[in-house]
Design a protein around this ligand. Structure first.
Ligand code: PMP
Length: 337
């Protein structure tokens, strides 16, 4: 038995029970480990779906160039598919993204242009603007636009939702997912709520992002926007893939709590997951009053710890940001807490 190429291995990721880190929660808490996708992240799913839909609609033509603003994981999925399908890739990203992510994209043959983080999306230097300009200037190019391209959430409606429903035998009561483009939470939620409208959908947001305030007040408040460290989630605008009507509650998590929880996941569960997984577990613990015995909570773990070895997995990095005093983050010190 074999797969015809690496793209056929995307999806069907495992669901793994968390045993120690969520011991204060009376429910069964399960992690959907998306790192087993070949690009090591959940974004492989939507990258493939956006490409397949663009090929069908004729937006992406043979030998074309894919140009996208991506924080790395989407780029990885796109670059992997581009190699198999014969496309070129140019990505714009921000100077906040880990070097490991940018290097990995270059390893997949993509051209990567690093843009400043702390400028308005409309600013000509922003990674959104630069990618739009490159699309205008590059013949036979296509911009997936992961934020507003609904093939993104559709991938999760077709795959992630059904997988979770089947893996929990329909017993899931709560879904916890970080919200960036919104594709993961909205597509998965749509499928799950169609199966059982009582399932609660809990979105993880960052301080410095607009989602939570917008959900609670309907106001797009620019004062909510400021720089933050957490990668992959939170935004300074409202992507079309975020379907606010499907999300019951947003929980914000600090950069420090997300970073330290990322470490704790590895040390307590042996799962080497990325920064937004830490955010999602920290947020789940903040919401523990919502869960009761018999509940089945599924937390999405979007990407792999290897992309953060120079960041939260590095003690000097944590100390420089005041996230850690002098102690060493050994398994024993964490578990003794
Ligand atoms: N975590 C990580 C590490 C990501 O790269 C992303 C994608 N931006 C997310 C979470 C959020 O997923 P989505 O874009 O589907 O909302």
């Amino acid at each position: 038995m074999w797969h015809n190429n690496i793209l056929e291995t995307v999806g069907n990721t495992p669901l793994v029970k968390l045993n120690k880190i969520t011991k204060d929660i009376p429910a069964t808490v399960l992690a959907k480990i998306e790192t087993t996708n070949p690009g090591n992240s959940i974004k492989d799913r939507m990258a493939l779906k956006m490409i397949a839909d663009a090929e069908k609609s004729g937006l992406l033509k043979p030998g074309g160039t894919i140009i996208e603003g991506t924080s790395g994981n989407t780029g990885m999925g796109l670059a992997m598919a581009a190699i198999i399908k014969g496309y070129k890739c140019i990505f714009t990203t921000t100077d906040k993204q880990s070097k490991e992510k940018v290097d990995a994209l270059r390893a997949f043959g993509a051209e990567v242009i690093v843009c400043p983080t702390n400028v308005d999306p409309e600013d000509a230097r922003s990674y959104y603007s630069v990618s739009s300009r490159l699309v205008r200037e590059t013949p036979n190019s296509w911009k997936p636009n992961q934020y507003d391209n609904l093939s993104n959430s559709q991938a999760h409606y077709e795959q992630t939702g059904p997988e979770i429903w089947e893996q929990t035998e329909g017993k899931i009561t709560h879904l916890v997912a970080g919200v960036g483009t919104g594709g993961t939470i909205s597509g998965t939620a749509k499928y799950l709520k169609e199966k059982n409208p009582a399932i609660q959908i809990l979105g993880i947001d960052t301080y410095g992002s607009v989602f939570k305030k917008y959900k609670e007040t309907g106001i797009f408040d620019k004062n909510e926007i400021y720089p933050y460290i957490t990668e992959g989630i939170g935004e300074d605008f409202l992507p079309q893939n975020v379907d606010f009507s499907l999300i019951d509650h947003f929980e914000k998590v600090t950069d420090k709590d997300a970073a330290l929880m990322t470490r704790e996941i590895t040390l307590k569960e042996g799962i080497f997951a990325g920064n937004s997984s830490g955010s999602a577990v920290a947020g789940t613990l903040q919401m523990k009053h919502l869960f009761k015995e018999g509940d089945v909570v599924v937390i999405i773990f979007p990407d792999h710890g290897s992309r953060y070895v120079g960041k939260m997995f590095n003690e000097d990095w944590l100390r420089e940001r005041g996230f850690l005093a002098d102690e060493k983050l050994t398994a024993r010190s964490i578990i003794a807490k």
